[in-house]
Write a protein of this length. Structure first.
Length: 389
């Protein structure tokens, strides 16, 4: 049987790609079936882009070190938690119908989004599990049955678990949200594909975040950010994690650290000299013309280079820990407004400040070199004592 259940005040944000097993009580036969076929169920759902959530085993999986460290890099240890399959039923709007819920699979998709502007309830669609076992010849067919239903909406459902008098359906057409597609270079695009693969294995959503919150012993906290004298970026409170970036992206990041008030992209040409000094010091570049081209491109408001490097900076942090924490460390801001790093200043330690960029006299000499004729290829090296060799 197929049905709807309405929930209120769920302790997590629903995720469209999670299929959750629920039951009222404990059905031995169904649980034995799931445990005996757990691996194939997970693998089949995963191959379709879905996650099979069997709550009694989910906490064990989330406690693995890579996932736990990604979600809570500040945490010293995790407590063991027992999560039963009736968790969601505690939030049913019509709790009097709880006793009628058989062992079932629930999922949340576009057809379950109602035109409820106040977002006061969430609806899940459900299938009784034993019916699926009867219909399907093998465990993998269960995933296919759910997948087929998601992409072939049915016109009739048994609505036993919600109040028909309060039904408010969504608009007949759902507008899909499309993310902007920046024009990244090939190397950056490859980086993002690799990052997406890594993050997909570590980032948790939906009900998994609720379970992780129960496992974490400490409240979320931000780490200090330390820029060492040789311009390494370290987060000592996140197990001394090092954030690695390309020299150009790191130069951009240090520039924004220098300006907590923020920088409007269209005014980047005003920061040409400062950014040049940072880049030369980090890169130790000896090709003066190549350095010039790189910095001119970054500070050109009509170029996409600044967006590419900000994206690389974001990738460097999101590749290490969850975005809910990373958003405090990346460069962000509304379009047309000043972009800045949100991390409080008291959490930033600059051991590189004495050598932040060449002194004005040195910058003047560098600038003159940069504007000399290109007939002669010039090589320079700026050391930490501000000497030109």
């Amino acid at each position: 049987m197929k049905f709807y259940i309405d929930f209120k005040d769920l302790p997590f944000e629903p995720s469209y790609n999670q299929v959750i097993y629920v039951e009222n009580g404990y059905d031995t036969e169904t649980n034995d079936y799931i445990r005996n076929n757990y691996k194939i169920l997970c693998e089949t759902f995963e191959s379709m882009g879905y996650e099979f959530c069997y709550l009694p085993l989910m906490a064990q999986q989330l406690a693995s070190k890579p996932i736990a460290d990604y979600y809570a890099p500040y945490n010293d240890g995790f407590v063991e938690v027992a999560v039963s399959s009736d968790l969601l039923l505690n939030y049913m709007i019509l709790s009097e119908n709880r006793s009628h819920i058989e062992p079932s699979l629930l999922y949340w998709d576009l057809d379950c989004i109602r035109a409820n502007r106040e977002n006061t309830f969430v609806q899940y669609r459900g299938f009784t599990f034993k019916e699926l076992i009867t219909r399907c010849q093998k465990p993998s067919d269960i995933a296919w049955a759910i997948f087929d239903d998601i992409y072939r909406p049915c016109s009739r459902h048994t609505n036993v678990c919600h109040d028909d008098s309060n039904i408010r359906f969504r608009d007949s057409e759902v507008r899909a949200r499309r993310a902007d597609t920046p024009n990244y270079d090939e190397e950056t695009s490859k980086l993002f594909v690799e990052l997406q693969t890594t993050v997909a294995k570590l980032h948790q959503k939906g009900i998994a975040t609720y379970i992780l919150e129960q496992m974490v012993q400490q409240p979320a906290k931000l780490s200090r950010l330390v820029v060492t004298s040789d311009c390494r970026i370290l987060l000592p409170n996140y197990k001394n994690t090092e954030i690695e970036m390309t020299p150009l992206a790191k130069a951009v990041y240090l520039l924004f650290l220098n300006h907590p008030e923020g920088i409007v992209f269209k005014y980047l040409p005003d920061y040409y000299d400062e950014l040049l000094g940072i880049y030369v010091r980090i890169r130790k570049i000896n090709n003066i013309h190549r350095a010039k081209r790189s910095i001119e491109d970054i500070t050109d408001p009509t170029s996409n280079s600044i967006n590419v490097n900000c994206a690389r900076i974001r990738a460097a942090f999101v590749g290490k820990f969850d975005e809910r924490l990373a958003q405090n460390y990346i460069i962000q801001g509304e379009r047309g407004e000043a972009k800045r790093i949100l991390l409080p200043q008291e959490l930033i330690e600059r051991q590189d400040l004495n050598n932040r960029h060449p002194k004005p006299s040195i910058m003047n000499r560098l600038t003159k070199m940069f504007h000399m004729t290109d007939m002669v290829e010039m090589e320079i090296y700026v050391d930490i004592n501000d000497d030109i060799i």
